[in-house]
Write a protein that binds this ligand. Structure first.
Ligand SMILES: Cc1ncc(COP(=O)(O)O)c(C=O)c1O
Length: 282
């Protein structure tokens, strides 16, 4: 029997049976929001934080949610259980629903809600032990990057460009400075201090970044929320990126300029160690 790994509009299904109508506003307009939650050893990591962000994203685009938080969490846990995903991720999406294509919100439109549970292999060890190389690209996204919407085309194009050039990822820069990467937050160390962009419309409030900031405070590493300019970043003693899929990854080169002699730094190591401990304790 096919593995049950999705949930769509009230039913647990194998992915090939989970079909969405082509007039769904998620397809036509990207009119929806999403979340990705890590499944670590069969458990959802930081599910409440992801639900908080989902609720906020939905409110920002006036999208009614089809379940309350308790029900949503129960469905998430149930999908992880029935899918047997042990290490991987849960993708969750809500769109404004199916309607004849008009730009304004249609009347009586019922949201589409689906989740997909997927195994994911951990990244190769070398990513964490040797670090990765990134490039800088202009941030061409809209002005509400704090909302986790389905509109990821600028992120997709930047990631594709970076990968084609042989980089792990691209860091976006705007007139403010470095904002974030195509699907992760950016943290930098200057003189022993961890610096990361202030929260605002220009970046997604990264849950992994918040966790790393909390861990830094527990480890007495000073944290400052400030923009780093596109020139300053080359002078950093350490650079790292964070997200739900990769946790924390050290960056050892930016556009061919070596950071920290091309080695993951000491602050990265402390934070990665503390993060692993937290993951295991959850
Ligand atoms: C643009 C962007 N910034 C930051 C992040 C990191 O967020 P989180 O740590 O919650 O996964 C993501 C994750 O998908 C992202 O897409």
């Amino acid at each position: 029997m096919a593995r049950i790994d999705t949930f769509l509009n009230g039913k647990f299904l194998p992915v090939h049976e989970a079909n969405v109508n082509i007039e769904d506003r998620g397809i036509l307009f990207g009119d929806g929001v999403y979340e990705v939650i890590q499944v670590y050893h069969g458990r959802l990591f930081q599910a409440n934080e992801h639900l908080n962000r989902l609720w906020r994203s939905a409110a920002e685009i006036e999208l009614p949610l089809p379940y309350d938080r308790g029900e949503m969490l129960q469905l998430m846990v149930e999908l992880v259980r029935v899918s047997n995903v042990y290490d991987g991720g849960l993708y969750l999406e809500i769109t404004r629903g199916v309607a004849v294509r008009v730009h304004q919100f249609p009347e009586n439109c019922k949201p589409t809600f689906f989740m997909i549970a997927r195994d994911a292999k951990p990244l190769e060890d070398s990513v964490y032990t040797q670090g990765v190389q990134v490039t800088l690209l202009p941030d061409e996204r809209w002005k509400r990057c704090d909302i986790k919407t389905l509109n990821l085309l600028p992120n997709v194009l930047a990631k594709e460009k970076a990968v084609r050039l042989g980089f792990f990822d691209a860091f976006f820069f705007s007139e403010r400075g470095i904002t974030e990467a195509t699907s992760s937050s950016v943290l930098v160390v200057f003189n022993g201090e961890l610096v990361t962009a202030p929260q605002g419309y220009w970046i997604l409030p990264g849950i992994t970044r918040d966790t790393v900031i909390d861990l830094a405070r527990q480890l007495n590493i000073p944290v400052r929320r400030d923009f780093i300019s596109k020139d300053e970043i080359f002078k950093a003693t350490e650079v790292m990126l964070t997200n739900t899929r990769v946790n924390i990854v050290p960056v050892v080169s930016i556009d061919g300029v070596t950071i920290n002699n091309g080695q993951p730094g000491e602050i990265y190591k402390q934070l990665a160690h503390a993060f692993k401990a937290l993951l295991e304790a959850t």
